[in-house]
Ligand binder design. Structure first.
Ligand code: PYC
Length: 316
């Protein structure tokens, strides 16, 4: 299997260029479902240790239905096949540039949730105009057990928003959003997601809210902030999370906190950043654009040995 690895603002992506599973024909959403249900061990082993690494997102390149797109792409992490991935798209663009498939300029990629546009400014710098994003619900209040003093429960408020995946966005995190606090942040975000699950709180059409975003300090005068994002596989996003930024921009737009076209900086918990902005789209949605950098780290052949008892990854 031919793979190219990269990182986008610290978050790893593995692009599968050839040798991946045959998902047949149909829409990207249908093929993503097939990957999720018929090839679970395989896709997970691609990103889990010992073949992959913690926090890695896989990007399986497939034939697009829309022939104006340079490729179709299906994203997944060690737990789930996901709809879209912002950092992954920046990594795919840098990878396609690395193999000479695209040059500087504007291109399109097809994902299970729609077509996204990528603008490659140089071999590493990419702007992604993501699928239209929106806020479904403002200030949903939940009672989260086990994260207060001595295991007490705490009231947490969050917005439910779509950015290519479903997000619960907490503006006032009960846990400080600092790089020396990763364990506590992970526990808090996992407890929030568990509460959402338990209470049957979902995105549109019952979509699972599998990403949690925590914001700590108030915005600076320029609208800059730092986030912590929990992914479905319980790792935290080292980048500021492109789909999370899209969902966040939808909330800022809905609250009239950011005018169209004005660019702000979104920092991740590790301090890497994206430049993000939006334009209004139809039906009260927004069209978000995320700019960041990806660097190719490895161009390799993966060998899965039938004799290897850990070829499906470490499953604890
Ligand atoms: O950048 O959208 C993103 C993303 C989703 C999961 C990990 N990164």
């Amino acid at each position: 299997m031919h793979v190219v690895d990269s990182h986008t603002e610290g978050e790893p992506t593995r692009v599968i260029l050839s040798g991946g599973p045959d998902l047949g024909s149909g829409s990207l959403a249908e093929r993503a479902k097939r990957l999720a249900t018929e090839h679970q061990d395989l896709y997970r082993s691609l990103v889990k240790e010992p073949y992959g690494q913690e926090a890695m997102v896989g990007a399986l390149l497939v034939e697009p239905v829309d022939q104006t797109c340079v490729a179709g792409v299906i994203y997944f992490d060690a737990a789930a096949v996901i709809g879209m991935c912002g950092h992954g798209t920046i990594g795919v663009a840098a990878t396609l540039a690395h193999i000479g498939k695209i040059g500087v300029g504007i291109h399109k990629l097809e994902t299970p949730v729609g077509v996204v546009e990528i603008e490659l400014t140089d071999s590493n710098t990419v702007s992604v105009t993501n699928v239209d994003s929106y806020r479904l619900e403002k200030n949903r209040t939940i009672q989260v057990e086990g994260i207060g003093q001595n295991g007490a429960s705490i009231e947490v408020k969050g917005d439910i928003a779509w950015g290519g995946n479903w997000f619960f966005i907490v503006n006032e995190s009960p846990t400080a959003v600092r790089p020396d606090n990763l364990m506590a942040l992970t526990q808090t975000a996992m407890a929030i997601r568990k509460t959402l699950e338990k209470e049957g709180i979902a995105g549109g059409e019952g979509g699972i809210i599998d990403h949690i975003v925590l914001f700590g300090d108030a915005l600076t005068a320029e609208g800059h902030s730092r986030n912590f994002v929990l992914c479905p596989d319980n790792t935290y996003d080292r980048s500021p999370c492109g789909t999370g930024c899209s969902a966040r921009l939808a909330c800022l737009a809905a609250d009239d906190l950011l005018p169209p076209g004005q660019e702000i900086l979104q920092e991740s918990v590790i301090g890497s950043s994206y430049r993000i902005r939006y334009q209004p789209a139809s039906e009260g949605k927004i069209s978000p654009t995320i700019t960041g950098q990806a660097f190719v780290t490895r161009d390799a052949t993966l060998i899965f040995n039938e004799q290897d008892p850990l070829r499906n990854g470490i499953n604890l």
